[in-house]
Design a protein around this ligand. Structure first.
Ligand code: HEC
Ligand code: HEC
Ligand code: HEC
Length: 140
């Protein structure tokens, strides 16, 4: 009996507004499904440093799981350490400067020609998790 067409005009308008609001995404709740491997392939395979999963967004492989730590880390100076050097006038930053401003041997438990020092890839820019914690996936 109570078909929509019998609603007073105002109620029908309200109904359309609610429908439109729903369609235009008033809600802030978002469910994001991720279907991917947590670790990317290490560019420096010998040392096993995985570095950035997505360098452009400063998404480290570690933060694929340690989400909160990754978010906090992005706000620190460690997350801009490479840009600090890149912003200097050309010729100022020497090769050795990068040993501390990237994922590499300095201060690491894995030393030698590793990380950015071995493979100059953007995956190893900045003082990421592995610069302190060592290479991610345990080597067998
Ligand atoms: C032994 C490790 C190490 C090496 C090697 C190194 N740096 Fe740094 N650098 C640091 C640290 C740690 C900081 C952060 C210091 C701070 O914020 O107090 C830093 C910060 C900087 C800053 C920012 C300073 C500021 O006040 O914002 C610049 C610029 C910089 N380094 C340039 C260089 C250049 C150029 C080289 C090579 C000639 C170099 N670094 C080599 C560890 C290093
Ligand atoms: C500058 C060095 C440094 C960097 C960079 C760093 N960590 Fe840590 N992290 C440490 C140290 C040192 C500890 C031990 C602190 C303690 O025991 O209180 C630690 C502790 C932790 C712990 C265990 C602590 C806890 O809360 O129980 C986790 C998990 C962790 N780090 C993950 C990460 C991840 C993920 C990143 C990158 C997004 C990262 N760390 C970057 C040095 C670092
Ligand atoms: C696949 C998800 C995943 C990834 C990727 C991951 N972790 Fe973890 N990590 C965990 C879990 C789960 C724990 C908690 C283990 C536990 O409770 O004993 C943990 C624990 C830790 C701890 C604390 C260990 C301790 O003894 O308290 C540290 C430090 C840590 N991770 C660092 C890292 C770093 C650095 C990376 C990147 C190289 C990384 N994790 C990548 C899931 C992950």
């Amino acid at each position: 009996m109570n078909s929509p067409s019998s609603f007073p005009r105002g109620h029908r308008l309200l109904g359309w507004l609610v429908l439109l609001a729903g369609l235009s995404g008033c809600t802030t709740e978002k469910i994001v499904f991720r279907d991917r491997e947590p670790f990317n392939e290490p560019k420096d395979a010998a040392s096993g440093f995985v570095g950035y999963y997505t360098a452009a967004t400063k998404q480290t492989a570690c933060a694929n799981c340690h989400v909160g730590t990754g978010r906090d880390w992005k706000k620190t100076g460690h997350a801009k350490a490479h840009k600090t050097l890149a912003d200097l006038p050309s010729g100022v930053a020497q090769t050795s400067c990068y040993d501390c401003h990237t994922v590499g041997p300095n201060g690491n438990r894995t030393t030698g020609n590793v990380g950015y020092k071995a493979v100059r890839d953007s995956a190893y820019h900045d003082v990421q998790c592995e610069a302190c914690h060592g290479p991610g996936p345990r080597k067998t």
